[in-house]
Design a protein around this ligand. Structure first.
Ligand SMILES: Cc1cc2nc3c(=O)[nH]c(=O)nc-3n(C[C@H](O)[C@H](O)[C@H](O)COP(=O)(O)OP(=O)(O)OC[C@H]3O[C@@H](n4cnc5c(N)ncnc54)[C@H](O)[C@@H]3O)c2cc1C
Length: 197
């Protein structure tokens, strides 16, 4: 069934990106947002099914947007969880080697992580045993302090409630974006010279 829909801002998808973009827009004064989701609840796909690890920007190339945004996003999400009483495990993460040859890679990751602003330490086997008794490594391991674990489903649920409570965001479930021409009208059409979609 197709529905007539008029709104200032349409967001397609009720995953973590759709919901957090809506939140950011509301914070910047946008008060007429419709978010459509083809499933019957938020987070039915990647956002609700991942392991909930907040990565700390260790692996990405220094100075890349990915490295910067990964770390910033991690810290912002940790803050969001704390402020809203959502589950947050600040366990950190250990990266171990499975043979001595991998030590060179470990040192490279250490260098990269520090350049990216992630808080990391090279630890020896004794220190590793204190952090995680079940882990084994060859000589050294890398401990990432900022890596944390969250409950993705609870975050999405909380975001949904928060957005609905603002009165600025209407969330429509079981609603699939199918490329309706009318959604792409001016000024976007004019700006990009889109015709006969
Ligand atoms: C196996 C796996 C493990 C991962 N582990 C982690 C991790 O540990 N930590 C981490 O930070 N990231 C992890 N990720 C990445 C992370 O889950 C994704 O980057 C993130 O969830 C993407 O969010 P999204 O909102 O873009 O996409 P999605 O969560 O997929 O949301 C998109 C939404 O759009 C809806 N949709 C699609 N088409 C339409 C349409 N035409 N009309 C209406 N609605 C539509 C979908 O139903 C869906 O709900 C993992 C990903 C995978 C696949």
């Amino acid at each position: 069934m197709s529905v007539g829909l008029s709104t200032h801002t349409l967001i397609c998808g009720g995953g973590i990106l759709g919901l957090t973009i809506a939140r950011e827009l509301v914070a910047r004064g946008c008060n007429d947002i419709v978010l459509i989701e083809k499933e019957d609840s938020v987070g039915c796909h990647a956002s609700g099914r991942n392991s909930g690890v907040l990565h700390a920007g260790i692996y990405y190339t220094p100075d890349s947007a990915r490295a910067r945004l990964c770390l910033e996003g991690n810290l912002l999400m940790q803050q969001y969880c704390r402020e809203n009483g959502l589950p947050l495990i600040n366990s950190g993460k250990v990266i171990v080697t499975s043979n001595p040859q991998q030590l060179a890679t470990l040192h490279e990751l250490h260098k990269r992580a520090r350049l990216n602003g992630a808080k990391v330490d090279l630890v020896d086997e004794k220190q590793l045993a204190e952090i995680e008794p079940n882990a084994r490594t060859f000589g050294q391991a890398l401990f990432s302090h900022y890596t944390a674990v969250v409950a993705p489903g609870k975050i999405l649920e909380h975001l949904q409630k928060e957005l609905t409570a603002t009165g600025s965001v209407k969330i429509l479930f079981n609603t699939k974006f199918s490329g309706n021409k009318k959604i792409l009208q001016s000024p976007i059409e004019e700006k990009y010279h889109i015709k006969n979609l």
